[in-house]
Design a protein around this ligand. Structure first.
Ligand code: PLP
Length: 436
């Protein structure tokens, strides 16, 4: 299947090219030329399938023309070495827990899939591929762990010195093997600038095969549809789907997660309503209300993975619905929450039901509670484990209520190894040339 650019100003590319390039040459985002639908009968028996089996069926619809069935199955099963279960939180409110992967956040699914797909496309290629990733915390850990030990690939994680939490830092500086952490004397924007300059540098690109692993990549984006189907199956299995349709609430920043859900709906998944839960960065919320899209610089909140002022996947949403505000605002209902509402909800939910939400999941919970009508049931995406935001969550509910999961404790025990890097492109390119 071919992929076109949302800017429609550059020729279509193959899946392999889309994955290796990441962003289209005209700066647009890649979209698959077709979205294959399931027969309605598929949903009658979907609850008899496991998560891995469901994900494989979905993956075949996206990638079946481009990857042989056996390899695709291996990639999917290997990616999903952990579950994404549905857990009851309150009457009619369920949490889709996306934090059971290696770095305890939903980005593990896309990052692990992308690493395996890239490895598949590059097998037989003798040249080592260098993945460059700038991170303000979470992306670096998901990408580094997703690519850890994958042959033929070396990952270079650039992060701003002193500006990521200890837990986050330990998740990409203690791994070793094919992962190198670069501790940059600068800000996240400086890291991103170094990476972007490297991609544009002809001399470097002649010597080294460089690629990016940001969330714009279709190989990170599309696999996020898997768990929407699983949420439906598991709720059906429990017998709690009213009218057989699902209400899904998605804490959103760059809107990649929610857009993958829209793709699932286009494939036939019976979703009655999507809710987009924002923090005070409410650019899409305002668009849904008014039809006017005015990106603006982000503000800091306690749900910081959603502090996005220019949501990159908005271009995909516009393209999917032919820029129709009427359609988009009927499929997605927008909600916006302040830090104090987030705090209040985390406190309320743990007191009422014993369930600890992270600040992002709490936004999803609130939107669902606000939307649901009598007799309806819905699910919110719990996008990360609350212990990833220890300082914030401990302040809200008290230290004893936020136990450190085994996996995070393991990272903390590891020995930090990083390369110090000045915020200077000459130094960075000299470092990269040393791999040539
Ligand atoms: C990345 C992230 C989000 C936002 O997801 P998008 O796909 O960018 O909308 C929400 N919560 C957590 C914990 C994240 O890491």
């Amino acid at each position: 299947m071919n992929y076109y650019s949302t800017n429609k100003n550059t020729p279509d590319v193959t899946l392999k090219e889309a994955v290796i390039k990441g962003l289209a040459a005209d700066n647009g985002l890649f979209m698959p030329e077709r979205i294959e639908r399931f027969e309605p009968a598929f949903f009658d028996t979907i609850h008899n399938l496991t998560f891995q089996e469901i994900a494989f069926e979905v993956a075949k619809k996206f990638f079946g023309e481009d990857i042989d069935t056996e390899s695709l199955k291996e990639i999917v099963y290997d990616t999903l070495s952990f579950d994404c279960p549905v857990v009851k939180v309150a009457d009619n409110i369920y949490s889709l827990e996306l934090f059971h992967g290696p770095t305890l956040a939903f980005k593990d699914v896309g990052a692990r899939f992308m690493a395996r797909l890239l490895n598949h496309f590059l097998s037989g290629n003798k040249k080592l591929v260098h993945v460059l990733v700038a991170t303000s915390g979470d992306t670096g850990s998901a990408v580094a762990n997703g690519f850890l030990g994958v042959e033929g690939i070396h990952v270079h994680v650039l992060y701003p010195k002193g500006k990521v939490s200890k837990i986050q830092e330990s998740q990409f500086t203690t791994l070793g093997q094919n992962i190198t952490a670069l501790e940059v004397e600068g800000t996240f924007d400086d890291c991103q600038h170094l990476v972007k300059t490297a991609f544009l540098n002809e001399e470097l690109n002649n010597k080294l095969l460089l690629t990016s692993a940001n969330s714009i990549n279709v190989a990170r984006f599309l696999p996020q549809a898997f768990y929407y189907f699983n949420a439906y199956a598991r709720l059906k299995e429990k017998g709690i789907l009213q009218g057989n349709e699902l209400v899904v609430s998605v804490p959103s920043g760059n809107f990649g997660n929610l857009t993958a859900g829209l793709f699932a709906r286009e494939m036939g998944l019976p979703v009655a309503q999507f809710l987009a839960a924002n923090n005070e960065n409410d650019v899409v919320h305002m668009y849904l209300q008014s039809g006017k899209y005015n990106p603006r610089p982000s503000v800091e909140t306690i749900a910081n993975a959603m502090d996005v002022g220019t949501p990159s996947n908005f271009a995909r949403i516009l393209d999917l619905y032919n820029h129709s505000h009427q359609t988009i605002s009927s499929v997605i209902k927008g909600y916006r929450y302040s830090d104090s509402q987030i705090r209040e909800t985390i406190r309320k939910v743990i007191n009422k039901s014993g369930y600890l939400c992270d600040p992002h999941g709490a936004c999803g919970y609130m939107a669902l509670e606000e939307y649901l009508k009598q007799g309806q049931a819905g699910v919110f995406l719990e996008t990360a484990h609350p212990a990833k935001f220890t300082e914030t969550v401990e302040q809200i509910v008290g230290k004893e209520k936020v136990p450190l999961p085994e996996k995070l404790a393991e990272f903390m025990k590891g020995k930090k190894k990083s390369v110090s890097m000045e915020n200077d492109f000459n130094r960075f390119s000299a470092y990269l040339f040393s791999f040539a």
